[in-house]
Design a protein around this ligand. Structure first.
Ligand SMILES: [Zn+2]
Length: 100
């Protein structure tokens, strides 16, 4: 099988897993985390990148799918360089993303 085809299938599976995780995270966080772990494993195995949109919604520390108002807190910080602070309410990890 062609490598590009394998990567294409991998991307589709990752998207499907993350969409599913997004749907169930407020009902069953454990299943959502399993889906994220699986998506990350596929990404690693098939050497494909997780789209930026999703990458920013996965806690780097505990791999929880972050959903504002459910399991993460999003705050704009203006001190020093302006950034977006996303706090994971599961493990307390704070991800910071600069913005302009
Ligand atoms: Zn976390």
């Amino acid at each position: 099988m062609k490598r590009s085809l394998i990567k294409d299938i991998a991307r589709q599976r990752i998207a499907r897993l993350l969409r599913f995780a997004d749907e169930v995270v407020s009902i069953n966080p454990e299943i959502a985390r399993d889906c994220v772990e699986e998506a990350l494993a596929i990404a690693k195995r098939c050497r494909v990148r997780i789209p930026r949109f999703w990458r920013r919604r996965i806690c780097k520390k505990c791999h929880t799918l972050l959903k504002p108002g459910v399991n993460c807190r999003v705050r704009l910080r203006k001190r020093r360089s302006p950034h977006l602070a996303v706090t994971c309410l599961n493990c307390g990890y704070i991800a910071r993303y600069p913005y302009k």
